[in-house]
Design a protein around this ligand. Sequence first.
Ligand code: NDP
Length: 396
Amino acid sequence: MRSLSIFGATGSIGESTYDLIQRQGGRGAYRIVALTAGGNVRRLVEQARALRPEIAVIAEAAKLPALREALAGTGIEAAGGPAAVADAALRPADWIMSAIVGAAGLVPGFRALSHGTTLALANKESLVTAGPLLMAEARRHGATILPVDSEHSAAFQALGGEDMAAVETVTLTASGGAFRDWPLDRLAQATVAEASTHPNWAMGQRITIDSASMFNKALEVIEAHEYFGISPDRIEVLVHPESLVHAIVSFRDGGMIGHLGAPDMRHAIGYALNWPERAALPVARLRLAEVGRLTFAAPDPARYPALGLARAVMATGGLAGAGFNAAKETALDAFIAGAIRFTDMAGVVDRVLDRLSGQGGLEKAPASLDMVLDMDRSARRLAAEAMGVPADAERI
Ligand code: NDP
């Protein structure tokens, strides 16, 4: 029986993973090792009662007593705190979903690789902050990382195992987010509620706002660079409002292979869950005659400054991805809290990268997770300082 764990089980990706596992036989078909959540005890307990994992872990340590009480008598272990989440990743499982949001997903995902697992990686921040370390750890332990981000899963499928040397470009598509058609001068007034509505995908709030600003695509470009080992100049972004073509791989013979499908994350999750097989999945089938028309456009750099920042990050390399992501997460927190405007986020990240670059060390190759975590903390502090908000440097 295959064993598996879900990190971030109560989130958007976690719930879709849970749904697919239940449809594929649930605890009768899999041995569930660990389920983790941030603070949602109620949902974690419901999932744990249904799937019967060895252990359920809540990252907010103060909620451990409530988790313990709710699981009393079930035989399921309960644990709490970020260290307990990371420890749960050390429990061997054949397949592990990494779906914690933000840099908090890095350490658990990294630890999971130590037992040669198949890591289904939704947490793009892991590759953005510590790509070379993560890929080297996977190689060292014979672990497999499968991309779950829809564009990267699409590119992986379009590549079909072909030699990367035959690839000219990888194109990631982007819906353009909530404000694609807004006049530029209105963006500064965008509210959190408006930014939290995605035209095509149902996702967690943070990634939805990141889609509106294209910080999400910025992270994905860096993710593609790290995962596929492709140089930044060969990664392209196309605005594709229909979100039906997820990625296109262009080969040196002039052929292009694109991956199409309904915008439903259960395709990419189900592909990773069943890989290398293809199982029947409960996603809507595309009727292209009904769709009729697919449109594509180059992204406007004035509307989406995050994309330019991602290019600068890749040019710098080293720890720049960790600084970039942490500054972005802090700016996003401040936008959600109403402390800054939607259009201020890119400027904050830019200023933090400038200051980090001035201090030196941004270009240093990450030799350990500690270096990445240190950079993450510095960038969070600088971002908070730049915005005049309290620092929350202990997020990971
Ligand atoms: P959600 O916000 O919906 O869920 C995040 C999950 O992580 C929840 O289980 C949450 O617990 C948990 N969590 C939050 N903070 C912490 C923390 N500090 N420590 C431990 N656990 C924590 O996020 P999404 O599912 O949308 O995204 C998850 C990841 O997948 C992100 O990296 C995102 O970029 C990526 N992704 C998401 C896609 C999507 O469609 N949603 C598409 C492609 C990639 P709780 O519920 O208790 O708060």
